[in-house]
Design a protein around this ligand. Structure first.
Ligand SMILES: NC(=O)c1ccc[n+]([C@@H]2O[C@H](COP(=O)([O-])OP(=O)(O)OC[C@H]3O[C@@H](n4cnc5c(N)ncnc54)[C@H](O)[C@@H]3O)[C@@H](O)[C@H]2O)c1
Length: 391
């Protein structure tokens, strides 16, 4: 029986590509996994320029769809808007959504760089609405467990840190130049697309990155074009008509924390071998932890005394978020489940009228690191990567 305390929250989704479908499915599944959340998402209206994608959204439960995203913001029944369009549209859509009084769950990297991200953060602050940003990997139970262990001092003082996000989606020259490869649509390349995630995990687990020395490179300079609203960034196209790739395929940085500890970050969208090797390795004075996305349900843990090496901790109901999905350890959770956890976390924040991380503040901090990598690659110097006070 539906609880009398259950409040319906009208949902709008803008952009119905990969992430639009994932957000939609998270809202649809939320009550299944969080029956006591006290809120019930209602899929009111979704927008995309693609008719096929709009038809799909109606099939899976939206009351209506529109080609023009403004229709989502004009609907008074919509209280929460997912913004899952390409990066170039984040700023205009998110600012308009905040001004219309909607809470926003917006995908990283929130625009094409620091000025877009800060403009959205300012609009959200001015409007007094809540924000969530799609830093979904924080929600993996094994990552949450790592966070708890570090916060409890279990690995001691951190002495070494390495983070990578090495992806292969564009490692062949015939992989299409989707919007991700064009400055006007995406801003940066692998930095905003992939590095954003590992920077956020670094901030979440270890703390702010103070300064850095960065490098960037483009390995495959020309690719086949791909029209907006078609295919995915994994699509391969056979043609001799190529367009210029306008942003970086690879980036790396030596990073320094306020403690003086120096670590490293690396990202690629063209690597051969790994598929989605999002991985961190953290070493302290008493122990070490490592995690990677391709084995999302495991945490590698080493403690003094573990002379045989790392212990494999298998995620289970004792770790944050897991019990909402599976009854016993070792039954694997997947990527979409992280997004259900994220939806539940954001709608609980809306229910309570309370801003929770990760939101725009966390994205602004990450955007400054990504920006510092680009600035450092240009200048050849170490650059500050902390958030500068507004002037
Ligand atoms: N958190 C994550 O793990 C994660 C993963 C992938 C993508 N993302 C982010 O999600 C966002 C979307 O990425 P994607 O992979 O879903 O892209 P996508 O290309 O699959 O989808 C984008 C959609 O936006 C639609 N669109 C374009 N212009 C529009 C307009 N004017 N009005 C309405 N709709 C319009 C397109 O037709 C398309 O369906 C990006 O910002 C990306 O960085 C986040």
């Amino acid at each position: 029986m539906e609880s009398e305390l259950e409040r319906e929250i009208g949902i709008g989704v803008i952009g119905l590509g990969w992430m639009g479908r994932v957000h939609t499915s998270s809202y649809r599944r939320m009550l299944e996994h969080f029956p006591d959340a006290g809120v019930k998402p209602r899929l009111v209206v979704a927008a995309d320029i693609s008719e096929t994608r709009r038809a799909h959204a109606e099939r899976v439960g939206f009351e209506r769809t529109a080609a023009d995203w403004r229709a989502v913001l004009e609907d008074p029944a919509v209280k929460v808007v997912s913004i899952t369009v390409p990066n170039a549209m984040h700023r205009e859509v998110a600012v308009a959504a905040a001004q219309a009084g909607k809470h926003i769950w917006v995908e990283k990297p929130v625009g094409r760089g620091v000025s877009d991200t800060e403009a959205v953060a300012a609009a959200v602050r001015r409007a007094g609405v809540l924000s969530g940003v799609g830093f979904c990997y924080r929600f993996a139970p094994a990552v949450q467990h790592a966070h708890e262990l570090i916060a409890a001092g279990e690995i001691g003082d951190i002495t070494h840190y390495r983070g990578v996000f090495l992806a292969d989606y564009a490692n062949r020259p015939d992989a299409a130049a989707s919007w991700r490869f064009l400055r006007a649509d995406a801003g940066s390349g692998a930095l905003g697309d992939l590095m954003a995630h590992i920077v956020d995990l670094t901030h979440f687990l270890v703390g702010p990155i103070e300064r850095l020395s960065g490098r960037v490179a483009t390995h495959i300079p020309r690719r086949p074009a791909q029209p907006m609203g078609e295919g995915t960034h994994f699509t391969r196209v056979e043609t001799d008509e190529l367009v210029d790739v306008e942003n970086e395929d690879w980036a790396s940085a030596l990073i320094e924390f306020p403690s003086g500890v120096v670590g490293s970050l690396e990202t690629s969208r063209v690597i051969v071998g790994p598929h989605v090797k999002l991985r961190f390795e953290i070493h302290g004075t008493r122990g070490a932890l490592a995690w990677e996305l391709e084995r999302m349900n495991e945490l590698e843990r080493f403690r003094f005394g573990d002379d045989e090496g790392y212990t494999r901790v298998v995620a289970g109901p004792q770790h944050p978020g897991f019990a909402a999905f599976q009854p016993g350890a070792g039954i694997p959770m997947g990527y979409d489940d992280l997004r259900v956890l994220e939806a539940a976390h954001f709608l609980a924040a809306v229910r309570d009228g309370e801003q929770r991380a990760p939101g725009l503040d966390e994205m602004v901090a990450t955007a400054h690191v990504l920006d510092a990598i680009e600035r450092s690659a240009e200048s050849g110097l170490w650059e500050s990567s902390t958030v500068r006070a507004a002037t």
